[in-house]
Design a protein around this ligand. Structure first.
Ligand code: ADP
Ligand code: MG
Length: 409
């Protein structure tokens, strides 16, 4: 993609119309908030579009535009303020990005976001692009009609039925054992377009985050090893030896190919499964992509010399993309709203002083006013001189917080 005429957008400058260099983001959640922090640190003004007056990013941004994502007035205000715009959640209507792109550079573009929003398109894209690294999708079938439901091959069962659109954090998915269970599950999902994936024997899960510029140059973070609990990311571990050798390199190669294939601009995260296929290290299967920074990349704020949010800022503004270097082994623990309640369901405040006394503990809370079970309230990254000490501190932190999901294995 050729770079827009106003590039690079230099922080601390004023354009011909007298506007200070301002970067915008669609969505005001925690990813938007950490993007805003990175942009502001570099000297940009920021603008957030999110209907929620209390949104985590809106509350720390120079401008907060409290309109819906397809509201013409809100979109016009955002485009009027900003020299470039990005997004922080993948379910932002692709049409809104298209509207913005008519008057303002938008990265990633509406086309890439539209692919990530639809598992059917996403899988076609992976099939076309990830093969270079010998990476395939889980065996699957599209279920959009009754005929397709009835034609599902028996060897896809047991499987997971996933809605093609609007799923996240395990929502919009049902595990099914047999044909009768599949039919019932599709009914329960109101017969929307779905994919049925074969249930795979997972040895591990990982993700790779890359940033790609308007000039097509790509830089990558090391592969993150992820553990999910109830479909939600619980733990990310990043240090030498976190992944079977050879797989991390292949995951990175596949991710770069996935980005290149659609001329992607911005930060992209691709999730993979390491599957028990009888081989020594296991096979690599590509799961899904997020057209934005990712929860599994939050450790980069504290363990790398440049974070995923810094690179999002650089990419959208046409600044150079320095190759990130991880300077410390890291473990990130997600802090869900459950921690704000005791065993009897009574509200409590987690023991922050004890956690903050741990060496290499970096606490990030997102400024959400109300804790709810399963709501992402913050994360804690532990860094240290070596993997063994980081695991020990993470175990201590998990114990202090009453967190399950990390036994430090
Ligand atoms: P979401 O969009 O909610 O993150 P995913 O497709 O990533 O949805 O699924 C959430 C989690 O469910 C995965 O991280 C993995 O732990 C499990 N999972 C998903 N698909 C499969 C599969 N085909 N086989 C085994 N486990 C799966
Ligand atoms: Mg996922």
């Amino acid at each position: 993609m050729s770079s827009p005429a106003n590039f690079p957008i230099l922080p601390g400058t004023v354009d011909a119309a007298g506007r200070p260099a301002t970067l915008g983001v669609m969505g005001g959640g925690q990813l938007g908030r950490m993007f805003v922090h990175a942009a502001q640190r570099l000297g940009y003004l920021t603008a957030v579009l999110d209907p929620d007056p209390q949104s985590p990013a809106g509350r720390v941004s120079h401008h907060h535009i409290p309109f819906g994502y397809t509201d013409v007035q809100g979109l016009a205000q955002l485009a009027g303020l900003c020299a470039a715009i990005t997004t922080e959640f993948e379910n932002v209507p692709a049409s809104a990005l298209q509207t913005l792109a008519a008057s303002c550079p938008v990265a990633p573009g509406a086309g890439a976001v539209a692919i990530a929003q639809d598992r059917i398109q996403e899988k076609s894209h992976f099939t076309a692009s990830a093969g270079v690294a010998g990476v395939t999708c889980a065996p699957y079938a599209v279920i959009a009609t009754l005929d397709q439901l009835q034609a599902v091959p028996a060897d896809l069962l047991p499987g997971i039925l996933k809605t093609a659109r609007m799923g996240y954090d395990g929502k919009g998915q049902m595990r099914v054992k047999d044909a009768a269970g599949l039919a019932a599950a599709w009914g329960e999902l109101e017969q929307v377009h779905c994919v049925l994936e074969k249930m795979l024997p997972l040895k591990a899960e990982c993700s790779v985050i890359v940033a790609r510029g308007w000039d097509g140059r790509t830089v990558a973070f090391p592969a993150q090893r992820n553990r999910h609990v109830d479909g939600i990311l619980a733990v990310t571990e990043v240090y030498d030896g976190n992944m079977p050798s050879g797989l991390a390199e292949r995951a990175q190669l596949a991710t770069e190919s996935i980005a290149n294939h659609i001329d992607y601009v911005g930060v992209l995260c691709v999730e993979f499964f390491v599957v028990d296929d009888g081989s020594e290290h296991g096979g690599l299967v590509v799961n899904e992509m997020a057209p934005r920074p990712h929860n599994s990349g939050h450790y980069t704020l504290d363990a790398c010399d440049v974070s995923q949010f810094d690179l999002q800022v650089h990419a959208m503004a046409g600044l150079p993309l320095p190759a990130p270097r991880q300077h410390s082994p890291a473990i990130m623990l997600n802090l869900l709203g459950d921690l704000w309640f005791d065993a009897a369901g009574q509200p409590r405040v987690p023991d922050w002083p004890a956690v903050l006394a741990l060496p290499g503990a970096h606490l990030h809370l997102y400024g959400k006013l109300e804790a709810r079970p399963a709501r992402k309230m913050g994360h804690l990254t532990l860094t240290g001189p070596d993997a063994a000490s980081v695991k020990a501190t993470a175990r201590q932190a998990a114990r202090l917080l009453g967190l399950s999901g990390f036994e430090g294995g």
